[in-house]
Design a protein around this ligand. Structure first.
Ligand SMILES: Cc1cc2nc3c(=O)[nH]c(=O)nc-3n(C[C@H](O)[C@H](O)[C@H](O)COP(=O)(O)OP(=O)(O)OC[C@H]3O[C@@H](n4cnc5c(N)ncnc54)[C@H](O)[C@@H]3O)c2cc1C
Ligand code: FES
Length: 279
């Protein structure tokens, strides 16, 4: 059992929790993820390591409430326990030797992008962060990104905060104005990462994306998380989650990611055992 040490609401649907998990905290690196089960009959869901404190033995997760299991997790409070918290899984983000990087985060993807920006900053890399949200109410982690970045641009779709527009506009401007990035690291919705790649590929700037397909075992055995990367089948849980954005087949990934939508809706409507009694 793993204790919830702190719980904080970051916006109307995004929650941060700090979990007591000393063995995970000891080994976790930016870019890796954990798989948790809220209760003993719950499904397993993957969430990214959003931070860790090796001394305190805690790991931070930041999750968006989107369906049954994230709702069940949000029903837990400080001092409560969750059943399983397995990890760290996947490969850590490669940051070695990078001197100047643009980190692009979209929505809750910013929770995954932040530890990467922080790791780069701690290694002396110049970090320019561009973070995008649908509107002002959904902005998260702005102060944390500011602390890790030499330059921070906040975008909102409706212009209610920061600049109006999508993240690719300032990214293109920065690159065309002569910012010589060793790499762009983009983490967010598939459609956002696809368009980041469409922006950087013609400009020849190496781009890494973090893929989050449906995962089941998280250890490379079930094939549920498969993607096509450079014409080859890759498993996001063991070969990733980070991949060369120029090589990822985003259209296939998007089709696969919505495969279970009707089932997930049905499950929500029928109030299955996973979240009985949870509002
Ligand atoms: C490596 C990885 C890291 C992730 N990190 C984060 C994170 O840091 N914060 C965050 O909010 N979300 C993260 N996700 C997505 C998160 O796992 C899903 O939001 C969660 O599983 C939804 O479960 P649900 O029952 O609440 O919703 P459902 O209604 O069951 O699903 C809602 C949507 O979530 C996705 N999803 C559902 N089950 C899974 C699954 N087993 N594996 C992957 N995706 C699933 C699907 O796109 C689905 O349409 C990550 C996913 C992966 C693969
Ligand atoms: S989740 Fe099963 S192979 Fe990746």
């Amino acid at each position: 059992m793993y204790k919830i040490v702190t719980k904080k609401q970051l916006n109307s649907t995004v929650i941060m929790m700090e979990i007591e998990a000393p063995f995970v905290a000891k080994k976790a690196e930016a870019g890796q993820f954990i798989i948790l089960r809220v209760d003993k009959d719950s499904e397993r869901i993957p969430l990214t390591v959003a931070g860790f404190d090796r001394e305190k033995g805690t790991v931070k997760i930041i999750f968006q409430i989107v369906g049954a299991t994230t709702r069940l997790l949000n029903a837990k409070n400080e001092g409560d326990y969750i059943e399983d918290f397995a990890g760290p899984l996947g490969k850590a983000t490669e940051t070695k030797g990078l001197k100047k990087v643009a980190v692009v985060g979209g929505g809750v993807g910013c929770a995954i992008a932040l530890p990467v920006a922080e790791k780069l900053a701690s290694e002396g890399c110049e970090v320019h962060s561009i973070i995008g949200f649908r509107n002002k109410d959904l902005v998260i982690l702005e102060d944390e990104f500011k602390a890790a970045s030499q330059k921070l641009i906040v975008m909102t779709d409706d212009g209610s905060y920061g600049k109006q527009g999508v993240v690719t506009a300032p990214l293109k401007e920065l690159i065309e104005s002569g910012e010589n990035y060793d790499e762009v690291i983009a983490i967010g919705p598939l459609i956002m990462m696809k368009f980041v790649v469409a922006t950087t590929k013609p400009l020849g700037v190496k781009t890494t994306v973090s893929m989050n397909p449906i995962m089941i075992d998280g250890t490379g055995m079930c094939g549920g998380c498969r993607l096509t990367v450079g014409g080859k089948v890759k498993f996001a849980c063991v070969d990733g989650p980070d991949f060369d954005g120029f090589e990822v087949d985003f259209d296939e990934a998007m089709a696969r990611s919505s495969m279970y939508k009707p089932f997930e809706h049905k499950r929500d409507e029928e109030a299955c055992n996973l979240f009985k009694g949870v509002k």
